[in-house]
Design a protein around this ligand. Structure first.
Ligand code: NI
Length: 210
């Protein structure tokens, strides 16, 4: 019995030494991610630039700590869906996209600190799919909508608050350089519109160390 108690004590001490942000630790955050485009585009058929609305989905980050200060993080999410419109017509289309992003991060403080602010810089790849004109767009003679995938730089600031060794809560803000070519047909004419999405992404999440 005594031996078992000692063994259990030793085990709990061992497993208790690691903290989410320790070197070699792996943790995951799950929460909401809101994409708020700061969009702009070339003039579309004399009706101004595209408008793109905000969208919120489930966001996930997977982080591996190379040291107690340097993290490598992958952002994933369920697909975002945005309405696209023009001033005079209102919404004319919907598009969906996935913006996986890989970041190198610097965490301030040390693994034992409860509050860990961090900065990150990395690369974003955004792939668009399910691009469709709605009835308004089709009624205006628009068809064959497609958006070109985008590669760009991403920046990030965030804050983890450690609840205990395994659990944390987080908020983070990202800026992603996402630019695309919007291609479509109006009647028989083909058009390509240079479009900038360059969104701010706001994430609120809970994290867990594995
Ligand atoms: Ni841009």
């Amino acid at each position: 019995m005594k031996k078992l108690t000692v063994a259990l004590l030793a085990l709990s001490t061992l497993s208790g030494t690691a903290i989410a942000h320790d070197e070699g630790e792996f943790f995951m955050r799950v929460g909401t991610a809101t994409v708020r485009p700061s969009e702009g585009s070339d003039n579309v058929l004399g009706m101004g630039g595209f408008n793109v609305n905000n969208n919120t989905q489930m966001g996930l980050t997977f982080t591996w700590m190379a040291t107690e200060n340097i993290g490598i993080e992958l952002l994933a999410a369920t697909p975002f869906r945005h309405k696209v419109g023009l001033g005079p017509t209102g919404d004319i289309a919907t598009v969906r996209h996935l913006p996986p992003t890989l970041m190198a991060q610097w965490y301030f403080g040390d693994a034992g600190t409860k509050l860990r602010p961090y900065l990150g810089v990395g690369v974003n790849y955004t792939t668009f799919f399910d691009e469709k004109f709605n009835d308004t767009g089709k009624g205006a003679g628009l068809s064959n909508l497609s958006l070109k995938d985008s590669w760009g730089v991403a920046g990030q600031v965030g804050l983890d608050y450690m609840i205990d060794r395994d659990w944390l809560i987080n908020m983070s803000v990202w800026y992603m350089d996402i630019d695309t070519d919007v291609k479509f047909k109006a009647g028989d004419q083909h058009y390509t519109i240079n479009t900038r999405l360059d969104p701010w992404v706001f994430m609120f999440s809970a994290g867990y160390r594995f």
